[in-house]
Design a protein around this ligand. Structure first.
Ligand code: HEM
Ligand SMILES: N#Cc1ccc(NC(=O)NCc2cnc3scc(C#CC4CC4)n23)cc1
Length: 397
């Protein structure tokens, strides 16, 4: 991959699709025969966990070299399958495993290095690469889609991952105007910039409308009591205080943060494009920055290029074109809207099931319960990200 290309002119060189953005287009569903054991085990996870047999089955896996994996899509599917196996192995039940056996750890570690991903399940695995169309000729609608892999909790993980994917797809329609936006700023072309910003705002609004599907397809109790457990990581985690030992890689336990949508490139891309700088005071900027290391490396490079080149905000704020300021503010308002809606969703799917659980158990939930899978105190983080977005609104006078 020509990393010297200008990402802003050639996003396709950074595994970014003009229609689907950071979503992996047409993910592979199978690996070459010798690796199919990984896919088969990962697909059987819910049943084997139910029977308490998952760990035993995982320990029977042969230790395979990753060298025969051909091409990017095979590597992404293999990372997804190994990540599902790893989460299932560690979290199968409350007596968590502190050592990941070498037959999983060694290929997972090596493949992660090749992809620039951490050896833990990330958003790019279970959301961006974990999908198929039931009818390949049909369109990408919820009813014509399924996940490749699922976790225990019935259709909860399918709902959570696919709704997120459809939100990403709706937002991705803004990606195709990014090169035009940079061109318009370079040429100081207000008219063209205004048009592009208007289409970014409508993409974010479409994403907001798609978000509502979460109520139809994700059950709050299944999410909070079952799925949440499997998304957790081993950094600042009381159950794995030193992290996880990747056998055959190192005797020293390694810490990696749990899956977080702060690993969603599209949302970080909007912030970067609009010049929305998240606060350094409470560690938000640092956390969002760190989550870029949990994205496929080409996506991280693309985001950094957008962040370092984007003078959209400077150009608009120094312009006296009120309509241009309004177009910029429409984008910011749409992002505030979706982040406000997201906070309501977090209350329904985390805060209330958590307080319901506390009152049933008559105790305060443990620290981890109210922390993000990324080890953050989630409400403070989400409100602060929303507030910073709101502060980015420009005076329209
Ligand atoms: C049941 C539904 C959902 C719950 C309970 C939920 C929960 C959370 C939590 C706790 C965080 C804080 C960081 C973390 O731990 O990941 C977060 C962040 C985030 N979530 Fe969700 N989320 C849900 C659905 C969605 C959907 C459908 C999307 C759309 C892609 C989404 C996008 C994001 C983004 C982009 C962030 C990073 C913060 C930001 O940029 O605003 N979430 N979410
Ligand atoms: N108690 C509790 C508590 C419960 C959950 C969380 N965090 C959480 O689920 N983050 C992931 C997330 C947030 N939003 C979205 S959309 C798609 C995804 C995803 C994913 C896969 C994991 C990579 N996500 C924090 C605390």
């Amino acid at each position: 991959m020509a990393l010297l290309e200008n990402p802003l002119e050639h996003p396709e060189k950074f595994h970014i699709s003009k229609d689907l953005g950071f979503i992996l287009e047409d993910p592979l569903e199978e690996l070459p025969d010798r690796y199919q054991v990984w896919v088969k085990l990962a697909k059987n996870l819910p049943t084997l966990v139910e029977e308490g047999q998952f760990r035993e089955e995982a320990e029977q896996l042969p230790e395979l070299s990753i060298d025969e994996l051909q091409g990017y899509k095979e590597q992404r599917l293999a990372h997804l399958a190994l990540s599902v196996i790893t989460m299932g192995y560690v979290w199968q039940d409350r007596n968590v495993k502190e050592v990941l056996p070498r037959n999983i750890a060694v290929p997972f570690w090596n493949l992660s290095e090749k992809l620039g991903l951490p050896p833990i399940m990330v958003y790019a695995d279970c959301v961006l690469a974990n999908w198929k169309k039931k009818d390949p000729l049909g369109s990408m609608t919820y009813d014509n889609m399924d996940t490749l892999f699922a976790f225990p909790g019935g259709d909860c993980s399918k709902g959570f991952f696919l709704v997120s994917l459809l939100v990403e797809k709706a937002a991705a329609s803004a990606m195709k105007v990014i090169p035009d936006i940079f061109e318009a700023v370079k040429k100081k072309n207000s008219e063209s910039l205004k048009e592009s910003l208007q289409s970014v705002a409508s993409s974010v609004y479409e994403a907001y409308k798609t978000f509502q599907l979460v109520h139809e397809h994700v059950n709050p109790n299944d999410f909070f009591n079952i799925l949440r457990v499997y998304l957790a990581g081993w950094k600042n985690c009381s159950l794995l205080p030193k992290g996880l030992i990747y056998e055959g890689v190192s005797e020293i336990p390694k810490e990696f943060a749990g899956g977080s949508a702060a690993q969603s490139s599209i949302m970080q891309c909007f912030d970067a494009l609009l010049g929305i700088q998240h606060t350094t005071e409470n560690g938000n900027a640092k956390y969002l920055e760190e989550m870029r290391n949990y994205m496929p490396s080409p996506h991280k490079i693309f985001l950094e290029a957008v962040a370092s080149h984007s003078s959209v905000r400077d150009f608009v704020s120094s312009s006296d074109d009120i309509q241009l300021k309004k177009a910029y503010n429409e984008c910011v308002k749409a992002l505030v809207h979706i982040r406000n809606y997201h906070l309501q969703v977090v209350n329904k799917y985390i805060i209330s099931p958590s307080s319901k659980q506390d009152s049933e158990k008559g105790q305060k939930s443990s620290d981890d319960e109210v922390k993000g899978t990324g080890g953050t105190n989630l409400l403070i983080f989400l409100r602060s990200v929303r507030d910073t977005t709101k502060r980015a609104l420009l005076e329209e006078s």
